[in-house]
Design a protein around this ligand. Structure first.
Ligand code: ADP
Length: 438
């Protein structure tokens, strides 16, 4: 039953087995607003920095997983299989895997939580979730809403810690035999470590790891649409998503026009506090994020890239960085091999389809690729040739709860979203009944 009074969403304690509790030794850690450096108690925009309009979109996206999997739980169908012998009957039922763990990153503080918890709970599992140290408050607010909605104690627990405490919690969540599954979203390096830890108990994993997304613009593309799509795909959330365009590849025939107009678009973006309505880009999440962006830009320029705009910290200070555009990007540059996770567009050119497929697939990652083309044959050839779990065709926005989100190669295992997402939290149980016509 929902309480009659207001629900307290600003929580600064963990939520374990239905109880709000502090650390045994009384320890706590600060959550900083990246825009101002303050400590604070407010939520998504304040703890993550993204513009309020983007936070509203994220909250709706986060809620969509709860709605979808609340419904999908009703459709956990099994199978009745024609038997191999006349006196047998074969039935397959689906059962929840049991206690699940979740570990989430900071770039979508709400959506990453519900994207894990909603299919788990919809399947009938319980979940212990550790949010990122930079953004635990949104996860705690979701737990508070769950509590208010009548979620029984222990169905969704949130364990918070600073960065130093993460390995110990990760070790417990991957070694305690009660925990049957880990769902992780974060860096490939930590994902590999956790997967290795899970091997000891053959614990199931769903991993959503780093990407290195190519964004390809063919000569026959609708250039206006491609530029608009590239700007959103690159600069949304200040470039801090695992599906942000990381390598923009433009065919020779439209290269100059694309660079000129894309650069004009980047220059027109307003950088500011997430709480100000005019802001289109907020700050980077923290100093490490800023250091990586600066290192990528310096490395690219040292190796011959050309700067068209940006290339420096923003006058607002803190971790604000200017929307940046670089051309002359080459395979030996860090920006070509690692996610920048920031507002830096690295643009390369290519001559033909074969060449761009080779360039796009030349990475151990395989999360998402985007391309713009109006030619139907080319659309099929590129879609089939790109080694990625998700393909955006004439769109830079692919995230929705109704479709299976996930990567191949070193970008992960398993899927979030769609009916496939709930299967990640279910086990098939095959029952073979003999002696039917005895
Ligand atoms: P990012 O680069 O996005 O911060 P990380 O992989 O470092 O990605 O962090 C994603 C999540 O993984 C965060 O919740 C972080 O606290 C957690 N994490 C980092 N290292 C470990 C670890 N050794 N064990 C368990 N969780 C970890």
């Amino acid at each position: 039953m929902m309480p009659s009074g207001p629900i307290e969403l600003s929580r600064n304690q963990a939520f374990i087995n239905g109880v709000w509790c502090g650390a045994d030794d009384g320890a706590s850690f600060a959550v900083l607003n990246p825009a101002t450096g303050e400590q604070l108690a407010a939520l998504l925009t304040l703890e993550q920095g993204k513009p309020l309009a983007e936070s509203r979109v994220e909250i709706a996206y986060a809620a969509s997983f709860l709605e979808w999997y609340g419904e999908e739980g009703k459709r956990v169908y099994g199978d009745v299989i024609p038997p191999h012998r006349a006196d047998n009957r074969i039935v397959v039922s689906k059962q929840p895997v049991g206690v699940c763990a979740g570990i989430t990153p900071w770039n979508f503080p709400s959506a990453m939580v519900t994207r894990k918890a909603a299919p788990a709970l919809g399947a009938g599992c319980t979940m212990v979730l550790k949010p990122a140290e930079q953004t635990p408050l949104s996860a705690l607010a979701i737990a508070a809403l769950g509590e208010a909605a009548g979620l029984p104690p222990g169905v969704l627990s949130i364990v918070t810690t600073d960065a130093a405490g993460a390995p110990a919690i990760g070790a417990e969540l991957t070694s305690n035999p009660t925990v049957r599954k880990l769902g992780f979203t974060g860096s490939t390096v930590v994902g590999k470590l956790l997967m290795a830890q899970c091997a000891a108990n053959v614990q199931k994993v769903t991993l959503e790891l780093g990407g290195n997304a190519p964004f390809i613009v063919m000569d026959d593309a609708d250039l206006d649409a491609a530029i608009a799509g590239a700007l959103v795909c690159k600069y949304r959330n200040t470039g801090q998503t695992c599906i942000s365009a990381n390598r923009i590849m433009v065919q020779d025939g439209v290269f100059d026009a694309f660079v000129e107009r894309f650069t004009a678009g980047a220059k027109a973006l307003t950088v500011g506090l997430g709480t100000e309505t005019a802001s289109m880009l907020g700050p980077l999440i923290d100093d490490q994020g800023l250091d990586k962006v600066e290192a990528h830009v310096a490395d690219a320029i040292a190796k011959g890239a050309t700067l068209h705009t940006g290339g420096a910290r923003h006058a607002l200070g803190q971790t604000f960085y200017q929307p940046t555009v670089l051309t002359g990007i080459a395979p030996e540059m860090a920006i070509c091999n690692e996610e920048t996770i920031g507002p830096v567009a690295g643009i390369m050119h290519f001559n033909n389809e074969e060449e761009v497929l080779r360039m796009a697939n030349d990475t151990p990652y395989g999360l998402v690729a985007y391309f713009y083309s109006r030619d139907v044959g080319r659309i099929w050839r590129l879609s089939e040739g790109l080694e990625y779990g998700m393909i955006g065709i004439n769109t830079g926005m692919i995230s929705t709860e109704v479709a299976p989100f996930g990567g191949i190669k070193e970008s992960g295992i398993g899927r979030y979203g769609s009916h496939q997402g709930i299967d990640e939290y279910l086990e098939a149980k095959y029952m073979c009944m003999g002696g039917i016509d005895a």
